[in-house]
Design a protein around this ligand. Structure first.
Ligand code: PLP
Length: 389
C-alpha cells in the first residue's frame, strides 16, 4: 500500500482535508487557528446548513424520535417523519411518490439495477457523476455513453438502442465541475421521438434552479417530461445527509422491494429528517433565499469577468475560474487561502488535461462584501501569478 500511496502523491493527485472547527457557513474557523476564513467551496448554496430554524427542527426531532432506528426501513425502521418527508419531497417536485436513501450516492447505486434488465438500455452523459456511473455499472442493461451534452451523439446512440425493450437517458441536471446545465428540452424531445425515459440527478439544482427552486426541469420547462429524479438532502437542503428518488408511484414501489441500498442499509436518522423537512418548508414558503443566491452569483460572475477572468457555466452558483495550468490553479488556491479565502483548485484527472481551474461556489449567505473581497483577492493573486494581464 505504501507504494500505491506514494504513486498518488507522486502524481500530484493526493487529496488532503482541511479541518474545520466551526459550523459550516460563509465564515469558518479552521482547527489550529485560522479564524474568519471566507468559505467559497461548500455546496451550502442556500446557507441552510447552519440556519437557526433548520438546527432547531433537527434538535426537536432528535429529542422526540431518538438518535436512530437501529434498523432498515422494512424491518422496524419507518417512522411517521420518514413518510412525511417522502410525501413532502414528492409534493415539492410535483411527482407521485418519493423514497429516501442514506445518500444520493445510494439512490444512484440502487436505481438502475432495480429498474433495468438485460433487455433494456441506458444512455449516459460521459461526464455524469461517479455515483451514476457506478449505479449503471451494477445493472445488466446495455450501456451507451454519449459525448457531454452532445445531442447529435445522443440521437445516434438512441437510434442504435432502438433494438432494446426500454431506453433510459441518464444525465446530471447541472454538472458540478463546469456549472453547466444539461440541455433538457432537447433531451426530452429526443426521448419522446425515440420512446425513452429521462432520468436526472439534481444534486446541484434542487432548491435553487428554476423560478421556485424545483430544479433543472422547472428551469427548462420540462417538469412533465422528466420521469425520474434523484437528488440529495446533503447540499442545498440543509446539508446534513440523505438522498432520494422521486417519480412515478410504481417505480417507487418497486424500489422499496428491490433497491439494495434501501433494503440493506439503516433508516435516515431522525435529526437528519427533521433538518431536511424544515429546509423544504422554508423553500416552499418563499423563494427569497434562492433569489438572493442568484443575485450574488450574478455579482460574482460579472465582477470576475470584468476583471478579466473566464468563468465557465451558465448562471450557476458553481463558478469555475478557468486557468488551464494545474500548477497555476494549485498555487493560486494556496495564495487565496493565505488571504483568508478558501477555494479549491481542480486539475487532471478530476477535470480534463489543460482545463485546470479553481471552483468557486456562491451561497445565499455570502454578503456582497464577501463576494467583493473574494473578487479583489482573485484579482491580486491573478496579477501576481500572470493569470491576468
Ligand atoms: N450526484 C451528484 C451530481 C453529486 O455531486 C453528488 C455529491 O457529490 C452525489 C450525487 C452524491 O450525493 P450524496 O452526498 O447525497 O451521496
Amino acid at each position: 500500500l505504501e507504494g500505491e500511496l506514494e504513486s498518488i502523491r507522486g502524481a500530484g493527485t493526493w487529496k488532503s482535508e482541511r479541518v474545520i472547527a466551526s459550523r459550516q457557513g460563509p465564515h469558518l474557523r479552521l482547527a489550529g487557528g485560522g479564524a474568519g476564513i471566507l468559505n467559497f467551496c461548500a455546496n451550502n448554496y442556500l446557507g441552510l446548513s447552519s440556519h437557526p430554524e433548520v438546527i432547531r427542527a433537527g434538535v426537536e426531532t432528535l429529542e422526540q424520535f431518538g438518535a436512530g432506528l437501529s434498523s432498515v426501513r422494512f424491518i422496524c425502521g419507518t417512522q411517521s417523519i420518514h413518510k412525511d418527508l417522502e410525501e413532502k419531497i414528492a409534493h415539492f417536485h410535483q411527482r407521485e411518490d418519493a423514497i429516501l436513501y442514506a445518500s444520493c450516492f445510494d439512490a444512484n447505486a440502487g436505481l438502475f439495477e432495480a429498474l433495468l434488465t438485460p433487455e433494456d438500455a441506458v444512455l449516459s452523459d460521459e461526464l455524469n457523476h461517479a455515483s451514476i456511473i457506478d449505479g449503471i455499472r451494477l445493472c445488466k442493461a446495455n450501456k451507451y455513453r454519449y459525448k457531454h451534452m452532445d445531442m447529435q451523439d445522443l440521437e445516434a446512440k438512441l437510434q442504435e438502442a432502438q433494438k432494446h425493450r426500454l431506453r433510459l437517458v441518464a444525465t446530471d441536471g447541472a454538472f458540478s465541475m463546469d456549472g453547466d446545465i444539461a440541455p433538457l428540452r432537447e433531451i426530452c424531445r429526443l426521448a419522446e421521438k425515440y420512446e425513452a425515459l429521462v432520468f436526472i440527478d439534481e444534486c446541484h439544482a434542487t432548491g435553487f434552479l428554476g423560478p421556485s427552486g424545483r430544479g433543472t426541469d422547472e428551469l427548462l420547462g420540462v417538469m412533465d417530461k422528466v420521469t425520474i429524479i434523484n437528488s440529495t438532502l446533503g447540499k442545498a437542503l440543509g446539508g446534513a445527509a440523505g438522498g432520494y428518488t422521486t417519480g412515478p408511484k410504481p417505480l417507487v414501489d418497486l424500489l422499496r422491494q428491490r433497491s439494495r441500498p434501501y433494503l440493506f442499509s439503516n433508516s435516515l436518522p431522525p435529526a437528519v429528517v427533521g433538518c431536511a423537512s424544515k429546509a423544504l418548508d422554508l423553500l416552499m414558503e418563499s423563494n427569497a433565499i434562492a433569489q438572493s443566491m442568484a443575485a450574488k452569483t450574478q455579482r460574482f460572475r460579472s465582477k470576475m469577468t470584468a476583471a478579466g477572468f473566464t468563468i465557465s457555466g451558465q448562471d450557476h452558483p458553481i463558478c469555475p475560474v478557468m486557468l488551464g495550468d494545474a500548477r497555476l490553479a494549485s498555487v493560486m488556491a494556496d495564495d487565496m487561502l493565505s488571504r483568508g479565502i478558501y477555494v479549491i483548485g481542480f486539475s487532471y484527472p478530476v477535470v480534463p488535461k489543460g482545463k485546470a481551474r479553481i471552483r468557486v461556489q456562491i451561497s445565499a449567505v455570502h454578503s456582497d462584501e464577501d463576494i467583493d473581497r473574494c473578487v479583489e483577492a482573485f484579482t491580486e493573486v491573478g496579477q501576481k501569478h500572470g493569470a491576468l494581464p
